[in-house]
Design a protein. Structure first.
Length: 124
């Protein structure tokens, strides 16, 4: 099992969200994530979860090169179970590259910070 953690500065992240010409939101978040998490703090926590997943997955790839340049962040989707508990859903090419796995995610935001922790285990 490997772990990934990521911390996001919410004010800086909110500035990135405001730059609609960059396409950042559409290239980073699925339509469902954009509908559910309109608040910059909630989107920042979801972004942190995507980054934390990449760190955890990368940590499990011992002696293999990172694949960061080929990842589509929309293929890592933060969903919930209907009761507000977050989970990760992997899609597309990323799901094929990762293969069977188990993940657990925790999100939090307070003040100017958003954070996520992801536990990753392959082959389960």
């Amino acid at each position: 099992m490997t772990v990934g953690i990521d911390l996001v500065d919410v004010p800086g992240f909110a500035q990135q969200l405001e730059d609609t010409a960059s396409g950042f939101v559409d290239y980073t978040f699925t339509p469902r994530e954009q509908r559910v998490a309109r608040d910059p703090r909630r989107l920042a926590a979801r972004f942190a979860a995507k980054e934390a997943f990449i760190k955890a997955w990368s940590g499990s790839r011992t002696h293999q090169p990172p694949l960061l340049g080929s990842l589509d962040l929309r293929e890592i989707e933060v969903v919930d179970d209907g009761y507000g508990r977050p989970a990760l859903a992997l899609h597309g090419m990323l799901a094929q590259m990762v293969g069977p796995c188990s993940t657990s995610v925790s999100l939090s935001h307070d003040g100017d910070a958003a954070i996520a922790v992801v536990l990753f285990q392959s082959g389960t």
